[in-house]
Design a protein around this ligand. Sequence first.
Ligand SMILES: Nc1ncnc2c1ncn2[C@@H]1O[C@H](COP(=O)(O)OP(=O)(O)O)[C@@H](O)[C@H]1O
Ligand SMILES: [Mg+2]
Length: 304
Amino acid sequence: MANKLLEVKNLKQYFGSPNNPIKAVDGISFDIYEGETLGLVGESGCGKSTTGRSIIRLYDITDGEILFKGKNIHAGKSRKELKEFNREMQMIFQDPYASLNPRMTAGEAISEGFDIHGLYKDKKERREHIGNLLEAVGLNREHANRYAHEFSGGQRQRIGIARALSLNPSFIIADEPISALDVSIQAQVVNLLKRIQKERNLTYLFIAHDLSMVKYISDRIAVMYRGKIVELGESDEIYNNPIHPYTKSLLSAVPLPDPLTERVRERIPYVHEETDESAKLHEVLPKHFVYGTESQMNKWNKRR
Ligand SMILES: Nc1ncnc2c1ncn2[C@@H]1O[C@H](COP(=O)(O)OP(=O)(O)O)[C@@H](O)[C@H]1O
Ligand SMILES: [Mg+2]
């Protein structure tokens, strides 16, 4: 069994006034093991990005605990420790147009982090490292001197990936990294992420709003709905044996894999199910968790 790289315990992230909070993330718990990809799926607004941003310390969290390599990342840390967290955890963003400064060359974008972390004092070594990163993501060394606007969307996302890799992180949060790209190049970028993961022994949190690509890249999947994780389990299990009605609804919209019959099926609508204080994650099968009350578990288990 691999080690836990990240442990998220009862994480809450509320926005707005304390009297009328927006509960963007409302008490979620999960672990991510070294070397695995955990997919986080759910429709727009359910709290996926907020989860990612809380993990990467862009927010002070409302409640809960996040441990990285066993250390609480939000509890008082020395500058040195914070710098190390910042190096180890990187994020790849959805929009490769908005996330790259158009006045920077690809080389500058990729090397921005080098100085802060005092890597590569010497110019030659630096250029060498930029070139290696460009090649690692399927671009050419010569691309270093070109500006962001000279690249296509797919190439920009590759630069975003090179930038995320530049400090040799161990953990990457990819927040809908292919949603803004042409369908024709989505698979290329996903395959690149998979290859890099193997080569560099990376751990991923892969965020997406639909299940089709997530199933392909993830070892396990967490389904999020209104700030909560409603189902969590191994990818095949979630795909073949969904139990929560929200997961069933999400899956019903995934195109069939056979290209001859490929069509978007009519989505099974999800009718919101009220829960009460007793709702929690139940391990309904080994390593397969479903959120709800006892009576919901009985009802949903019977329907299978
Ligand atoms: N900085 C913020 N201030 C206030 N509300 C926010 C902020 N960020 C996100 N939200 C709200 O929190 C909820 C979850 O947002 P988000 O995490 O971006 O969802 P997702 O990434 O799943 O689309 C939404 O209702 C969103 O409007
Ligand atoms: Mg988002």
